[in-house]
Design a protein around this ligand. Structure first.
Ligand code: ZN
Length: 316
């Protein structure tokens, strides 16, 4: 049996303040808050999903904001940098926008592409790159019109403490293709058109520490629940220890720790975020899984209020 993932499904990270998280990803980056729910394993913590208009697979960055979380340290066993793709010709717009909103950035080149590199307000490492591939976002917010909006993930940089093993996994199990090598970087590509370029540093890295400003896990796409079940068998046959399939309401999930220390998830493209609320009002209401619905008042009371808002500096 051989399987191939289309690429990244979502990336999940830890941050501190929930409102600041919304202000950065909706207010600065112009993404749509497509789902406001709670951490199913810890209902006193939000789980916020940001993406294109629908939070399509390959566009969704998700967060567990915890006000008093300790700061993590980016290092081995993590996604080091999350890369967003924007339409060709819009990098100047993004440079101006970050400047206007006081987000410091640097510029860097890899594999002939120019990247703007910056951090969110919790220190999470991000980049923006122009890409031809991938449908344009249909979401416009604040000062970000749809034709300049982030389409979704360009990909990610992986920090592994055993890069040979991680690279072998990407190629042999996840079905990515090695497409280049430049300096410290080896580049892999999946067949999808977003979240499809993975760069891995071939120098082994020392352990990072989980916490605010670091990625918790990277999820890879399975086409549907049926393919997801086959992925679980396949991952187990390939020598890894996948968790049982977990129902995450908007997708099915399974997790395994790869040998370079990075937590991988496989997530199904179906059923998606419009499962429990209409497309038009995605992200507006706090959505709870059925088994928590009768505790709604109590759950809501334990969460800080948040709102999607245009930043003051954006209207000046
Ligand atoms: Zn996940």
């Amino acid at each position: 049996m051989n399987m191939r993932t289309a690429g990244i499904h979502h990336i999940t990270a830890f941050v501190t303040d929930a409102q600041r998280n919304v202000d950065f990803y909706a207010g600065v980056l112009g993404l749509r808050l497509v789902k406001k729910t709670i951490n199913f394993d810890a209902p006193e913590v939000y789980h916020l999903y940001f993406g294109n208009e629908a939070g399509s697979p390959g566009t969704a960055i998700t967060f567990f904001p915890w006000a008093t979380a300790r700061r993590g340290r980016i290092g081995g066993g993590q996604v080091g940098t999350t890369v967003f793709a924007v339409p060709v010709g819009t990098l100047g717009f993004w440079r101006d926008r970050l400047t206007k909103l006081n987000v410091a950035y640097t510029q860097t080149e890899r594999f002939g592409e120019t990247y703007i590199r910056f951090q969110d307000w919790d220190g999470l490492q991000l980049e923006i790159v122009e890409r031809e591939a991938g449908p344009a976002s249909e979401w416009a917010f604040g000062g970000v019109p749809a034709d300049k909006a982030i389409k979704g993930f360009g990909g990610a940089e992986l920090n592994s403490f055993a890069p040979d093993k991680t690279m072998d996994l990407l190629e042999r199990v996840m079905g990515l293709t090695k497409v280049g090598k430049e300096g410290e970087w080896v580049r892999y590509r999946s067949f999808g058109d977003l979240g499809n370029i993975i760069d891995i540093n071939h120098t082994p890295m020392g352990w990072g520490a989980g916490g605010a400003g670091t990625v918790h896990h990277i999820a890879w796409r399975a086409k549907d629940e049926e393919e997801h079940r086959r992925w679980r068998e396949y991952i187990a046959q390939s020598g890894f220890q996948p968790t049982p399939v977990v129902d995450r309401q908007y997708f099915n999930a399974l997790y395994f720790r790869e040998q370079g220390g990075i937590l991988f998830e496989i997530a199904s493209d179906t059923p998606g975020f419009a499962r429990d609320e209409p497309f038009e009002s995605l992200g507006e209401k706090l959505m709870l899984p059925g088994w928590l619905e009768d505790r709604r008042a109590e759950v809501e009371q334990g969460l800080p209020p948040i709102e999607v808002r245009t930043l003051e500096a954006d209207v000046r």
